[in-house]
Design a protein around this ligand. Structure first.
Ligand code: AMP
Ligand code: GLY
Length: 424
């Protein structure tokens, strides 16, 4: 099978690495990829958002199966385009990707099918949005309806902050068209976890759980980021909670999407809040989490590729995946200045030494080659993942590997996994 992975981050490196190991994979391409992915795949400089370019590339290289990493091309309809061209693709159609592409759509679906989530209102005008905030009081959460590169959510601890967030989105147009509509919702208290399932249109196969660390600083301080590290399995998701998530959240969503004529295929990523009243859905993403994927895939014992193909083909029923007993910890190395204005171009060395432990894998998230030098090329730059007999062991191995990386331009959180382990 000739496979093409779309994207260029750490998530796509983990996907390419897992797919390259499949005996079913005869040739692996990635668009656009990165220097780490280039060790596993032929990288072709076509942007993930260039839908025409990707369809042409898939035709030219006689690709049998495309795996789409990021949400933007999914929401823009890349899978529809590929399938219309006769090329099988893993990921939801544009109609199904609305679960991430429109928070209002997702909330209305939850309301219609009784899926537990925060109470909410949808607004296209500032005035009624502000009245809603004044009526409900703080804390309250203001969200841009559309894709806003992970920056569209304000958890407002005061009414004033919520009103300011409404003005920024609707009058300041901070998120452009993505913020023309707002979802304002009830604040949920509890511990957060990420839950992943493969979905084939009518069946869902739970994958594994993970916990992300969204704040930039140790102890969950400072601004939000795309995620500074993850570990898997998430300590807080017991088998009972996992069953409840499947029965009350994932399966009703799959049924509901079918009834709406938007059958969901691909990976469904539920961002959960474990509240005193049980697990509630914070948001859906229509792709793997980044960096959760990098912690998940090294734990997978089974071949990933046939599972992705089965999800696309609608034959997941009875499919089984086996996981290692080991835990995984992924620590993100970010460029100084992230998440604001990361410094690009600083040199990175020592990656071979860091990967000398067979339990460790270094995924590239934003690197670039400059001649023989490897340099940082974005905010989140490297993902150092280690397997261990438990989260503590995996964490120790990951941090030992990081010690061997020589990158004065980078920084990382020193407490990944703290909710499972306590603070060091
Ligand atoms: P996002 O940028 O969509 O990943 O959301 C950012 C973060 O906002 C989530 O990870 C939660 O920590 C927080 N959040 C979103 N919705 C709620 C809510 N209803 N209650 C509490 N926190 C929330
Ligand atoms: N780690 C959060 C995300 O992928 O959205």
């Amino acid at each position: 099978m000739r496979v093409l992975v779309i994207g260029s981050g750490g998530r796509e490196h983990a996907l390419a690495w897992a797919i390259a190991a499949s005996p079913l994979c005869d040739a692996l391409y990635c668009a656009p990829g990165n220097p780490g992915i280039a060790e596993d795949a032929v990288c072709v400089p076509v942007s993930a958002d260039d839908l025409d370019g990707i369809v042409a590339l898939a035709r030219r290289e006689r690709i049998d199966f495309v795996v789409v990493g990021p949400e933007a091309p999914l929401v823009a309809g890349l899978v529809d385009r590929l399938e219309a061209a006769g090329i099988a693709a893993f990921g939801p159609s544009a109609a199904a990707a609305a679960l991430e592409g429109s928070k209002g759509f997702m909330k209305d679906l939850c309301a219609k099918y009784g899926i537990p989530t925060a109470g909410y209102g949808r607004f296209r005008e500032a005035q009624p949005a502000k009245e809603f905030v004044r009526r409900h009081g703080a804390p309250i959460v203001v969200k841009a309806d559309g894709l806003a590169a992970g920056k569209g959510v304000t958890v407002a601890m005061t009414v004033e902050d919520a009103l300011a967030a409404i003005d920024e989105a609707m009058i300041g147009r901070r998120f452009g068209a993505a913020g023309a509509e707002l979802v304002i919702e009830e604040f949920l208290a509890g511990e957060e976890a990420s839950f992943f399932a493969l979905v084939d249109g009518s069946h869902a196969l739970p994958l594994a759980t993970a916990q992300d660390h969204k704040r930039v600083g140790d102890g969950d301080t400072g601004p939000n980021t795309g995620g500074m590290g993850a570990y898997s399995p998430a300590a807080c998701v017991s088998p009972e909670i996992e069953r409840a998530v499947m029965e009350r959240i994932i399966l009703p969503t799959v049924r509901g999407m079918g009834e709406e004529g938007r059958a969901y295929r691909g990976v469904l990523y539920a961002g959960l809040m474990l509240t005193r009243d049980g697990p509630k859905l914070i948001e859906y993403n229509v792709r793997f989490g980044d960096p959760e994927c990098q912690a998940l895939l090294p734990r997978l014992k089974s071949d990933l590729l046939p599972a992705l193909v089965a999800a696309r083909d609608g034959v997941l029923d009875g499919f089984d995946l086996r996981w290692r007993d080991e835990a995984a910890v992924c620590v993100v190395l970010a460029a100084k200045g992230y998440p604001g204005d990361p410094v690009k171009g600083t040199e990175i060395a020592g990656l071979d030494a860091a990967s000398s432990d067979p339990a460790v894998k270094v995924f590239h998230a934003a690197t670039r080659r400059e001649g023989a030098r490897l340099v940082a090329d974005g905010g989140r730059v490297l993902d150092v993942v280690a397997l261990g007999k438990d989260v503590a062991d995996a964490r120790d191995k990951a941090y030992a590997a990081i010690e061997r990386i020589r990158w004065p331009g980078g920084f990382f959180r020193r407490d990944i996994g703290w909710r499972a382990l306590g603070r060091r």
